[in-house]
Design a protein around this ligand. Structure first.
Ligand SMILES: CC(C)(COP(=O)(O)OP(=O)(O)OC[C@H]1O[C@@H](n2cnc3c(N)ncnc32)[C@H](O)[C@@H]1OP(=O)(O)O)[C@@H](O)C(=O)NCCC(=O)NCCS
Length: 137
């Protein structure tokens, strides 16, 4: 399969939603809030798509300072193309945009908790999230 990995800063909202839905990740992303989705694309620092015959079969979207930390927010591969190495190559393509010492950080979807250790990620014992609905005490 001749899949190419393309930096795609101007990914359309429709194309982003389409690959999120075809991967199942759409179930865990605010796909009905188009203003949010538009902002996710516009303000992302790295968007890489995996493209086969002009069809997007995977996407990675990251927010980063390029030097110290990179938050890999969304990694999604079309269900028909999963487990063929596309996810790994998308992460590698994101990494190629980063300086050598930059760490990749992410929150796994429940369906992917076994995936990240398999490809070399280590689980961080002190990762913390402040939900948008929670007060800072
Ligand atoms: C998770 C996901 C991005 C992985 O991408 P992928 O292209 O399918 O995975 P890769 O081909 O890079 O997989 C590498 C290895 O991990 C395995 N793997 C893939 N998905 C896995 C999963 N969810 N759990 C455990 N192992 C998984 C593959 O079988 C492969 O194993 P092998 O090397 O022994 O053959 C993709 O399956 C996906 O989009 N899933 C649904 C959405 C999702 O959960 N995204 C993650 C958001 S944090």
């Amino acid at each position: 399969m001749n899949i190419t990995y393309q930096i795609t800063p101007n990914l359309s909202i429709e194309a982003f939603l389409d690959i999120l839905n075809r991967s199942t990740l759409g179930e865990r992303r605010p796909i009905d809030d188009l203003e949010c989705v538009e902002s996710m694309i516009k303000n992302a620092d790295i968007i890489v798509t995996a493209v086969l015959d002009e069809k997007i079969v995977g996407v990675a979207r990251a927010v980063t300072d390029f030097s110290y930390c990179c938050y890999l927010s969304d990694l999604a591969v079309d269900v028909s193309f999963q487990s063929q190495g596309i996810g790994k190559k998308l992460i590698q393509s994101v990494r190629e945009q980063l300086k050598a010492k930059c760490k990749i950080i992410l929150l796994s979807a429940p369906a992917a908790v076994e995936y990240y250790p398999k490809i070399g990620f280590t689980q961080h014992p002190s990762a913390w999230v402040l939900d948008s609905t929670k007060e800072i005490l």
